[in-house]
Design a binder for this molecule. Structure first.
Ligand code: URA
Length: 236
């Protein structure tokens, strides 16, 4: 029987998601028994030494699933080229090497998952799995019926039509409103761009749900492990 594929091995070792592992391999940052390998799907024989950026990688047995209430002004990646604070600065006392599942913008707060389970991260972020993401946004002005229709029918951003999304006004004030937005895609700054496109730019943005999972009353900057029930809801 053939061994595990290189990209899967790296993902299971908790170094990166499967997709990110592919990138690391294609960037020439992965060595197998001292040789750079640029083929993500190559199968490994038992006992080989795999290194990423010169560091040996070993399979991690315990899978960890964390929910973080990300504050604004934290970057959702493991390292930042401008030395800004990363979400990992908020995760203390976890031995496993977890990383964010997808990302929230620097200015966006709310529900962010972190894990060392590459398969799970892949499943949650791949568009074909269509997981709903739910956001609360404070936007300028008050969106009307026509704006809600635009969200439903799709809006062209960056030259591509968005897939159906929902916009609901939760509370309208004189010059701004609180809206709930649900979408399945996760394109770069998608919610902000869609709000901008309908003429109601986002003033603040917070993610409150992923699939059936809800942020609930977890305080900003705090994290917790997902419960067994929540894992089940996410298909684990
Ligand atoms: N859409 C955005 O514009 N920003 C996020 O952080 C997430 C979704």
């Amino acid at each position: 029987m053939d061994g595990v594929r290189l990209n899967k091995f790296i993902a299971e070792a908790g170094v990166a998601s499967r997709r990110k592992a592919d990138e690391l391999i294609l960037q020439g940052r992965v060595k197998v028994n001292g040789e750079t390998v640029s083929e993500p799907g190559v199968r490994l024989k038992a006992g080989v030494l795999v290194e990423v950026d010169g560091k040996a990688v070993a399979p991690e047995r315990k899978k960890v699933y964390i929910m973080l209430h990300k504050p604004a002004r934290y970057i959702s990646s493991v390292k930042d080229q401008f030395s800004r604070k990363t979400v990992l600065d908020l995760i203390k006392g976890v031995r496993e090497r977890v990383y964010p599942v997808g990302r929230l913008d620097y200015d966006t707060s709310g529900l962010l998952l972190l894990t060392n389970d590459g398969d799970f991260a892949y499943r949650m972020t791949h568009p074909k799995h269509e997981v709903d993401k739910v956001y609360l946004a404070v936007v300028a002005g008050v969106p009307d019926e026509k704006d809600m229709e635009a969200f439903k029918n799709g809006i062209v951003i960056d030259g591509l039509l968005t897939s159906p999304a929902r916009l609901k006004v939760v509370r309208a004030e004189k010059d701004h409103s609180l809206v709930k937005i649900t979408l399945r895609e996760g394109r770069n700054r998608q919610v902000r761009k869609m709000c901008q496109a309908i003429g109601h730019p986002a003033i603040s943005l917070k993610r409150i749900g992923i699939g059936r999972l809800r942020l609930g009353n977890l305080k900003e900057g705090k994290w917790r492990n997902l419960t067994r029930e929540e894992l089940r809801m996410l298909g684990l």
